[in-house]
Design a protein around this ligand. Structure first.
Ligand code: ATP
Ligand code: ASP
Ligand code: MG
Length: 332
């Protein structure tokens, strides 16, 4: 989650978008065929990416749904979250997973130096975000973290993983990509991907830089130095953030990640600065104070956005068997 100015959110949300995905039982025969085809691309992508991470020495952890501590998704002046789900169990208040960032920091520091999780994230986005085509209220991140890694390490790993996925897809999924009209238009990006500083993009496009770069680029590109939550590394001397978002042509942000903070004083200062309730981050603070939180870096790939781009969908909920379009609840 990055900081958004409300102006940005508005223009992001005013993007013309067509075709809100329907549930399975309301699809025509040809729509079901298309759904099944996107499903095959999703299956291929999941198998390919998880294999690549396992082959690179990452351990595959299973996700959790309820925790006291989850991503604060804050500060965010253009907050897109309509409601946070909290429930009491066994005398404690737990929250549904917004992202597994806190779990990743702790697990990577203590027990699993290189890890990834296919993690369901629940973010009850405002209903008007249905028309961005890029927001759903339940989605899955392929969320990964590596102890001792630098931003450069992660960026080159992601480039390798994405290019290798696209090469394999173009070889093995020709029929599916052809019927989705993506066989010729899905190009293999050149490496290394271009890197932009958010400052420069703001100077060029103004507050709506995310939309500006997504519309202009024809290849995936990185954007660095984005003000974000307390866990991303910020150089207090220069004010620069050591983090990175990957943007896809037209589809926009598909990954957020960073080198992380690990020092107690800095984390505490940022939590207080952001007005985040430090009681919800007691463990991460305790471990940092004891010197047990280690420098790590990682990121999370939005699976529906990635497969949506590969498949050329109008709305990323098309990649979901059971669409989670903001503002609409179906029986399944
Ligand atoms: P955006 O600015 O596009 O709303 P974000 O910066 O708030 O996204 P992050 O908190 O960085 O999102 O989440 C990590 C990744 O999870 C994103 O890069 C994206 O791929 C995916 N993601 C985030 N929110 C959603 C959503 N509502 N629907 C689908 N995917 C999402
Ligand atoms: N997955 C993101 C990260 O690793 C965190 C988020 O979901 O906001 O930085
Ligand atoms: Mg983000």
């Amino acid at each position: 989650m990055k900081l958004l100015k409300s102006k940005q959110t508005l223009s992001h949300e005013s993007m013309p978008l067509i075709g809100i995905p329907k549930p399975l039982d309301q699809l025509s025969e040809s729509e079901i065929e298309r759904k099944a085809c996107i499903g095959k691309v999703m299956t291929y992508t999941l198998r390919n990416l998880t294999s690549q991470f396992v082959d690179s020495g990452f351990q595959w952890l299973l996700p959790v749904a309820l925790s006291q501590s989850t991503d604060p998704l804050w500060p965010d002046p253009g907050a897109s979250i309509e409601k946070r789900i909290e429930v009491d169990i066994y005398g404690k208040t737990v929250r549904t997973t917004a992202s597994m960032i806190i779990h990743k920091l702790i697990a990577s520091s203590l027990a699993y130096p290189k890890l990834f999780i296919l993690s369901p994230n629940i973010r009850i986005e405002k209903a008007e975000r249905a028309k961005t085509g890029k927001h759903i209220y339940e989605f899955t991140q392929l969320d990964f973290e590596a102890r001792g890694a630098s931003s450069k390490d992660v960026m080159s790993l992601v480039e390798e993983v994405i290019c290798s996925l696209l090469t394999s897809l173009k070889r093995d999924m020709k029929d599916e990509l052809t019927s989705l009209c993506r066989c010729d238009t899905l190009a293999l990006p050149k490496r290394p991907f271009k890197v932009y500083d958010r400052h420069d993009l703001e100077a060029k496009y103004g507050a709506d830089w995310e939309e500006g770069i997504a519309q202009e680029t024809s290849d995936p590109v990185w954007v660095t130095n984005i003000p974000r939550e307390f866990y991303d590394f910020e150089d207090f001397k220069t004010g620069k953030w050591d983090n990175y978002d990957l943007f896809l042509p037209q589809y926009g942000e598909v990954l957020s990640g960073a080198k992380r903070e690990w020092e107690y004083e800095k984390i505490l200062k940022k939590i207080e600065r952001d007005n985040v309730d430090k009681n919800n981050y007691a463990l991460v603070l305790k471990l940092a104070k004891q010197g047990k939180l280690k420098p790590t870096a990682g990121g999370g790939i939005g699976m529906e956005r990635l497969v949506g781009w590969i498949s050329g969908v109008k709305h990323i909920a098309e990649t979901q068997p059971f669409p989670r379009v903001p503002g609409t609840v179906h029986e399944l």
